[in-house]
Design a protein around this ligand. Structure first.
Ligand SMILES: NC(=O)c1ccc[n+]([C@@H]2O[C@H](COP(=O)([O-])OP(=O)(O)OC[C@H]3O[C@@H](n4cnc5c(N)ncnc54)[C@H](O)[C@@H]3O)[C@@H](O)[C@H]2O)c1
Length: 285
């Protein structure tokens, strides 16, 4: 087998992120934060986009307190103090004007773009029978519209300089249905379909498009979900431990596990149109 990297193939060789420009949308907190940090530690120039203004704050304890941009600003300051090249930008992925401004900012600051990671998302729990259309729309918009908008407005910059790559966040809920999150499942299955279709459209333009499907990671999103799934008499930690029984490996995934897969997808020159699960076997066929 010939393992010599093909210099004409689009994207950097595996492991090479030095001086690449990476945009992580939803990178202020949770897994996006781990992705931003992992790219920066490998020498990439990282723009971390997030927002303090969302119509839906389901994953922030129902408080309507959204502070992703504040978190992104603190992360950028922290990593810059360590000598890494990280900048925070304000953007709401579900708002087209905001996305246009974001990509204009990236072009003005860096003049190029190599990798986009769509790591934002929101969730909500409701049976379909009592789900309001507004709730359905907010969850679909909060997870899917931004993947379309950020991808659409990033393509021109990604195609320049020989091509680039997009990694979209789907979920184990994009592989299997789960009760009481039908809107979230619809959106996350949608992310995988969108990813495959765009990968085919862009295959000859040098832009690769893939998705990552995390299993269960105890971020702010799960702070909200534990409130919803806790049984009477059960503590939050006991509820979380009950979730472990759904994982064949019986180990929860960490943000860093997902970040490593995102870095791989960003650098795997011949991999496009794929959805890769990091879920301890939950979605094994
Ligand atoms: N936590 C899990 O167990 C899990 C499992 C599978 C998939 N996911 C998915 O992984 C992704 C990251 O989830 P997380 O658990 O790290 O979530 P999180 O809530 O910890 O972080 C999400 C970040 O995205 C930001 N964000 C949300 N909507 C945004 C928007 N429209 N524009 C810009 N920023 C926005 C938030 O401010 C926050 O900083 C999401 O797509 C989520 O659906 C999470």
């Amino acid at each position: 087998m010939n393992t010599t990297p093909d210099p004409t193939a689009p994207g950097p060789a595996p492991g090479e992120h030095q001086d690449r420009v990476v945009l992580v949308v939803g990178g202020g907190k949770g897994m996006g934060r781990a992705v931003a940090e992992a790219f920066a530690l490998r020498g990439a120039r990282v723009a971390v986009a997030d927002t303090n203004h969302l119509p839906s704050a389901y994953n922030q304890y129902r408080t309507q307190k959204v502070d992703g941009f504040t978190a992104a600003t603190a992360l950028a300051a922290d990593l810059r103090a360590k000598g890494l090249d990280v900048t925070a930008l304000e953007a709401n992925a579900a708002d087209e004007d905001s996305v246009r401004r974001l990509l204009a900012d990236v072009e003005r600051l860096y003049g190029r773009l190599d990798t986009v990671v769509n790591a934002f998302g929101v969730t909500h729990v409701s049976p379909v029978e009592t789900m309001e259309l507004a709730e359905f729309n907010r969850v679909v918009e909060g997870n899917l519209n931004g993947v379309f908008l950020v991808s659409k407005h990033a393509l021109r910059l990604l195609r320049a300089d020989g091509g680039g790559s997009i990694v979209n966040f789907s979920s184990v809920s994009g592989r299997s249905g789960f009760a009481k999150v039908a809107h979230y499942c619809a959106a996350k299955f949608g992310v995988i379909g969108f990813t495959a279709a765009l990968a085919l459209e862009e295959a000859r333009n040098g832009v690769r498009v893939n998705a990552v499907c995390p299993g269960m990671i105890r971020t702010a999103m799960w702070d909200y979900l534990l409130d919803e799934f806790q049984r009477p008499g059960e503590t939050r930690d006991e509820c979380w431990e009950r979730m472990r029984t759904m994982i064949p490996q019986r180990e929860f995934q960490q943000p860093e596990d997902v970040a490593e897969t995102v870095l791989y997808l960003a650098s795997a020159r011949r991999v496009t149109g794929q959805a890769v699960s990091v879920d301890g076997g939950m979605s094994a066929p």
